[in-house]
Design a protein around this ligand. Structure first.
Ligand SMILES: NC(=O)c1ccc[n+]([C@@H]2O[C@H](COP(=O)([O-])OP(=O)(O)OC[C@H]3O[C@@H](n4cnc5c(N)ncnc54)[C@H](OP(=O)(O)O)[C@@H]3O)[C@@H](O)[C@H]2O)c1
Length: 233
């Protein structure tokens, strides 16, 4: 399978990338901004499976030029079976102190970047492909909400709705679109959202779940926002 995974340099995306590279048939394009962390990922993946095909790509989904990324992917992959929009950032700040720039930053990295990525890569996807957006319980309608996370959670809600709209619009093409609204998993982002909180779910466990869902979830779901949480948060 040909897989493009954003936010692969740490946390859940890092672990999902390692899960995919266990299977030698997979070609996994791993996107993030930190070249050194991507190098580390490649080193670890090759240590686990020397035959794996992992292509690290230093790319900022908000600020970099897709005109350079798209031909690279077309040449190296040809087509894409799975796109996982996992990259994300979080600002934890009281609502009244959150600036317009910070709200914009949340929207850019948690929605607009994914919007652009999907738009650019869709021509390389065909019937049977799966787009997985990584949302959050914070943006899930009716879930318990927490102070300090209004801009982040609002941006995730927008990604959830984008998922539903796209699934409907792309249905005739056979491309499936789903969103995993993640609960907590032990990563740097969780620490900045809930300092000192210890999640019962490790990053590698959530990463494996995300990879498994991306491989098989589109056989059972389309246009769904699926809560993936055993605790609150
Ligand atoms: N951990 C949780 O409990 C939890 C709960 C709910 C939802 N989520 C969601 O799960 C996803 C992964 O989170 P995580 O906890 O694994 O966080 P993380 O460890 O902070 O990972 C975030 C990843 O996104 C990348 N990234 C951020 N902005 C980017 C950009 N503009 N361009 C390219 N890559 C970018 C980061 O890499 P670089 O900095 O190298 O670019 C990093 O690889 C996020 O979407 C998050 O909102 C997590």
């Amino acid at each position: 399978m040909n897989i493009v995974l954003t936010g692969a340099s740490s946390g859940i995306g890092f672990e999902a990338a390692l899960e995919f590279t266990l299977h030698t048939d997979n070609k996994v394009v791993c996107i993030a901004r930190s070249a050194d962390k991507l190098r580390k990922l490649l080193e670890i993946a090759r240590g686990i499976n020397p035959e794996c095909t992992l292509l690290p790509v230093e790319f900022d989904i908000v600020n970099d030029d897709y005109a350079a990324l798209v031909p690279f992917l077309a040449q190296r992959l040809g087509h894409i079976d799975i796109l996982i929009n996992n990259a994300g950032t979080l600002i934890n700040k009281p609502f009244l102190e959150t600036t317009a720039d910070e709200l914009n930053e949340m929207l850019q990295s948690n929605v607009v970047g994914h919007f652009n990525m999907i738009q650019q890569l869709l021509p390389m996807m065909k019937s049977g492909s799966h787009i997985v957006n990584i949302g959050s319980m914070g943006g899930f309608q009716g879930s318990v909400k927490f102070p300090g996370l209004s801009a982040y959670s609002a941006s995730k809600s927008a990604l959830h709705t984008l998922t539903e709209c796209l699934a409907f619009e792309l249905a005739p093409s056979g491309i499936k679109v789903n969103c995993l609204a993640l609960g907590s998993a032990q990563t740097e982002m969780l620490e900045s959202a809930f300092p000192g909180y210890e999640s019962p779910v490790m990053a590698f466990e959530m990463g494996k779940y995300v990879a498994d869902f991306a491989r098989t979830g589109h056989k059972y779901f389309n246009g769904k926002i699926i809560p993936v949480a055993v605790t609150t948060p």
